[in-house]
Design a protein around this ligand. Structure first.
Ligand SMILES: Nc1nc2c(ncn2[C@@H]2O[C@H](COP(=O)(O)OP(=O)(O)O)[C@@H](O)[C@H]2O)c(=O)[nH]1
Ligand SMILES: [Mg+2]
Length: 246
């Protein structure tokens, strides 16, 4: 089985070297059942992220650097996941806030158990969260309850930066997901669940990293706009597009 682990990055010159070294060591020892590659997906970085990434890809044979000119985290993920032809694709945040010990279970949910989508969760029973500010915690809970009351979905945490898709799910769903920013994750999950894809939600151990690219007010507003777009027709249009696919 082939596996691509995508790390979306925006101006991460400080975090990249140590995170990638840690992840690479983990993959080497714990994920040897897979033929894996780590892909750094950068768009919009204006610091030394490109240089650091290129140097990492020279240092490690199985690290690649993928640069997209247009901005947006969702766009970077979609582009890197669709460019890949691996059986399983994963993404995780560069800060490794989610404990890597959950990675084997995330991947085997798809590779062995046959789920279409697997997601880390900070809100499911069994999860532990350390160091998250009250504000982020509250926004996360309120946001996920809004998602639930609008769509009656079964997952609890749409926004954890730790997700995996099967090749088939990626090829079907990604072309239909419109958001190119932070709402991308929620849109992907709602479209997946509402179109019969099976989602496994796994509680994670999360240690928050206060260094954040999120502009809270702006992102919250964009998220609400995205939810309304889906509720007022977007979901219906996406379903039609998915059914038209061969
Ligand atoms: N490619 C790409 N990655 C991004 C962008 N914005 C954020 N990221 C990455 O997304 C991940 C999560 O960002 P972070 O700021 O830690 O989010 P938080 O943990 O929710 O505060 C990190 O790896 C960021 O570098 C973007 O516009 N493009
Ligand atoms: Mg973070």
């Amino acid at each position: 089985m082939t596996l691509d682990v995508v790390i979306p990055v925006l101006n991460e010159e400080d975090a990249l070297q140590s995170s990638l070294t840690r992840l690479h060591a983990f993959m080497t020892t714990q994920m040897e059942d897979y033929e894996w590659t780590i892909v750094i997906a950068d768009n919009g970085s204006t610091d030394r992220t490109p240089e650091v990434s290129r140097s990492l890809s020279r240092e490690f044979l199985r690290v690649q650097y993928h640069r997209i000119e247009d901005r947006g985290r969702g766009r970077a993920l979609k582009s890197a996941w669709l460019e890949s032809d691996s059986d399983v694709v994963v993404y995780m945040d560069v800060d490794l806030s989610t404990d890597l010990k959950t990675l084997p279970a995330l991947v085997s949910s798809i590779a062995i158990e046959g789920y279409d989508v697997a997601i880390g969760s900070r809100l499911k029973k069994g999860a532990t969260v350390v160091g998250r500010t009250l504000l982020r915690e509250a926004i996360s809970r309120v946001y996920n309850s809004i998602v639930f009351s609008l769509f009656f979905v079964s997952f609890r945490d749409a926004q954890c930066g730790f997700k995996a898709l099967s090749r088939e799910a990626a090829n079907s769903l990604l072309p239909v997901v419109q958001d190119t920013g932070w709402f991308f994750d929620t849109e992907l999950l709602i479209l997946a669940e509402k179109n019969g894809f099976r989602i496994k939600e796994i509680p994670v151990h999360w240690v928050d990293d206060p260094d954040s690219r999120v502009r809270i007010l702006n992102t919250a507003f964009e998220d609400l706009k995205g939810l309304l777009r889906l509720r007022l027709g977007g979901l219906h249009t996406a379903r039609k597009k998915l059914q038209e696919r061969p």
